[in-house]
Structure formats: structure tokens, C-alpha cells
Design a protein around this ligand. Structure first.
Ligand SMILES: *Cc1c(COP(=O)(O)O)cnc(C)c1O
Length: 385
């Protein structure tokens, strides 16, 4: 049966060139990067090269990139590290209602320990109103954390403007850029970011490796304590193969960035337009154009997204409702809830995310199957007229 993977925002396959570059570092070049002999130096060199490649993709200096075990760890470290380092200055964090759980749940953890957290509302298209940020600032705010691209609805925030507000008030700004990396031009200096989380497995690299960008001069406390790896800022023997893979994936992403964006945008727009043309009562969640080039989050009136997911799976098509990290939960998506979408429409939403191996034929097949499934489900739906 045909297999169509349309869940690239959950994870991506490791590209062949990435895997090839990783393989020697499992057993041949297995040295500990901290060891003071030749095979150790080889590993050290490989980590340095990867750091250079990742830094280059985001416009950072090499010494500003710190490898972690995931995007999740980078988010936790950024928030914890700033709050701990700045505890004498204040105890107030500003974030949004649509962040990834790795940000939201860490903020809740800190709330239980005496921190004050403001969760900003977003507008109906998922965009944060810069004025709402400005209005939420108090003298106790030590950190603003707002994601660059949302993982469910793909909305791109006006980050430069939001960063400028933070700077005006002398507040550190962190962004979760996991979905943005390799999917839009991303330059930390241009945007004015202080801290940024990224992850390898969303850009055709391996799972279990991420990084935190920490602007030169920004002081944050350590999160992992132990050896003096990563300039004594993140302890633990480096995930050598993972870091090598991340570096190669970053190099490929940089080389093909514009071509990747143009191709995905074209496929995404084709998909959205065709689905809406062929199927009545479909709407798009999130902003139409300020959007991840591969994201189509659609709601199909009178249908349960979960049923749709299962019927599509039977046809070999992989999609998601909400995000992968929340699919075990039955609570409605916190992101769609923040957009003030009525609850039955939240349950009728499905996220399709396209990537480098998606073809026009994949989309045509998906649209055809979708039309059949929607019709079938609407016939049996008690709420459809
Ligand atoms: C996937 C994702 C994460 C988590 O990254 P991991 O490396 O899987 O821990 C964080 N934020 C966003 C927006 C994501 O899409």
C-alpha cells in the first residue's frame, strides 16, 4: 500500500548523507571528545565542525551554541537558567498560551515555586499582539519566552518587534525556534534574541540532540551539573554521533534553504487550495501567509479529527491531531483553544505537515482519500445536517 507521511512537524527521517556522516562515530571514531589523545581529538574536531555548521545556520558565533539532549532540554535550561541567575532581580516570566509543553510545563513548575507567570493571549490568527506584551511588562519581569513558529498551527510570530520591546525594558528574550530552524531564514543577530532552542530531528537529523543558543555575555545558571563539557555549561559526555548528525543536517538545511522553502510553500498552497475546492465546510487554522511553509492545519466541520486520523492511517497516510507530544491526551489542543475556536471545531481539526520527501502525487492521493473519508464520516455524524 502507498505510504504517505504528512507529520514532518512531529519528526523527520534522517537524510542519507546525515546518516553516512554519523556512522563512523559509533565504532571507528568512538573517542571521548574530552580525551587527550588522537582518537579523542578526532571526536573533538567532529564536535567543533558540527558546532560551526549549526552556528552558521542561525547566524551565531560558534561559542554561543551549546549542545543539549533535545529541544525540550534547551527550553527547560533557558527558562530555569535565567530564572535562577536573575532571582535577585525579579520573579516574573512572560510567555504565551500557545507555547510547546516544554515551555508551558516548566513555567507551571516554577509557578509552584513562587514565580509569577503571565500567559499572553494570542489573536484569532495565532499572532501575539506586541501591545499586549508591552502592557504585561512589570518591573519584576526577568524573562520573556515566545516561540518563533508554532508547532500546531505553523504561525510565525513578529519576533523582531517583540524582541525590541524586551530590549527597551532590558529583559532577556528566549525563543523556541525548533519549528523555525531550516524552515525560514533565521538569524539570531538580526532578530535580537538572547536565547534560542533548536532540535536536530525536525531538520532531518537524529533524535535526542538539540542546542541552546546563548548570546555572548548572557549569564544563565547551569541545568546539568557534572563534568566540564560544553565550556563547563552543560555537563555530560557529548552525544557524538547525534551532534555530528545535527551538524550535517544543519549544513544541508543552509545550503538548500530557499529551494526547500519555495518547494514546500508551493506544495502546501496547492494542498490547502485543492482540499477547500473539493471538500465543503473546511477552514484553515492559523494565519494564512505568516505560516510555516509545510503546515496545513485544517478543520472539517461535523467530523472528529481522531476518526479521520484512524481512517487516513488505514490508507497509509500519517497525520496528527494537535501535536505529537499531546496525542495521548484527550484534552482539547491548548493552541486551538487559545485561538478561541469552538470546542467541536477543535475536535474536527487535523494537522498535515509536509516535508522534503513529500510529492505532488502524495498530496493528490491524500486529497482523494480525504474526500471519500469526509463524506463517509459526515453521513454518520449526528451533528451533520
Ligand atoms: C518538537 C518540538 C520541541 C521538542 O523538541 P525535542 O527535541 O523533541 O525535545 C519543542 N518545541 C517545539 C516547537 C517543537 O516542535
Amino acid at each position: 500500500m502507498k505510504q504517505v507521511y504528512l507529520d514532518y512537524s512531529a519528526t523527520t527521517p534522517v537524510k542519507k548523507e546525515v546518516l553516512e556522516e554519523m556512522i563512523p562515530f559509533f565504532s571507528e571514531n568512538f573517542g571521548n571528545p574530552s580525551s587527550a589523545y588522537t582518537i579523542g581529538y578526532k571526536s573533538r574536531g567532529a564536535v567543533d565542525l558540527a558546532r560551526q555548521r549549526v552556528a552558521s545556520l542561525v547566524g551565531a558565533k560558534e561559542k554561543e551554541i551549546f549542545f543539549t539532549s533535545s529541544g525540550t532540554e534547551a527550553n527547560n535550561w533557558a527558562i530555569f537558567g535565567v530564572c535562577d541567575a536573575m532571582k535577585d532581580k525579579g520573579n516574573h516570566i512572560i510567555t504565551t498560551k500557545i507555547e510547546h509543553p516544554a515551555v508551558l510545563n516548566h513555567c507551571e513548575f516554577l509557578e509552584k515555586r513562587g514565580y509569577k507567570v503571565t500567559y499572553l493571549d494570542v489573536q484569532k490568527d495565532g499572532i501575539v499582539d506586541p501591545k499586549a506584551l508591552e502592557d504585561a511588562i512589570t518591573k519584576d519581569v526577568i524573562l520573556i519566552s515566545i516561540m518563533l513558529i508554532n508547532n500546531e498551527i505553523g504561525t510565525i510570530q513578529p519576533l523582531k518587534e517583540l524582541c525590541q520591546i524586551a530590549k527597551k525594558h532590558n529583559i532577556l528574550f528566549h525563543t523556541d525556534a525548533v519549528q523555525a530552524l531550516g524552515n525560514i531564514p533565521l538569524d539570531v543577530k538580526e532578530l535580537g534574541i538572547d536565547l534560542m532552542s533548536i532540535s536536530a530531528h525536525k531538520i532531518y537529523g537524529p533524535k535526542g540532540v538539540g542546542a541552546l543558543y546563548i548570546k555572548d555575555g548572557v549569564k544563565i545558571s547551569n541545568f546539568m551539573h557534572g563534568g566540564s563539557q560544553e565550556h563547563a555549561k552543560r555537563a555530560g559526555t557529548e552525544n557524538l554521533t547525534g551532534i555530528v548528525g545535527f551538524g550535517k543536517a544543519a549544513e544541508i538545511a543552509k545550503e538548500h534553504l530557499m529551494e526547500h522553502i519555495d518547494r514546500l510553500t508551493e506544495l502546501r498552497d496547492y494542498f490547502i487550495d485543492r482540499v477547500m475546492l473539493k471538500i465543503p465546510n473546511v477552514a484553515l487554522n492559523g494565519h494564512r501567509s505568516l505560516r510555516h511553509p509545510g503546515n496545513a492545519n485544517l478543520r472539517f466541520d461535523y467530523i472528529e479529527g481522531e476518526s479521520m486520523l484512524l481512517f487516513l492511517d488505514v490508507k497509509g497516510i500519517s497525520v496528527s491531531t494537535g501535536s505529537a507530544c499531546a496525542s495521548e491526551e484527550t484534552t482539547p489542543s491548548h493552541v486551538l483553544t487559545a485561538l478561541q475556536i469552538p470546542i467541536e471545531q477543535i475536535h474536527s481539526s487535523v494537522r498535515f505537515t509536509l516535508g522534503d520527501f513529500t510529492t505532488m502525487e502524495d498530496l493528490d492521493y491524500t486529497i482523494e482519500e480525504l474526500a471519500v473519508i469526509v463524506e463517509k464520516l459526515r453521513q454518520i455524524s449526528p451533528i451533520s445536517k
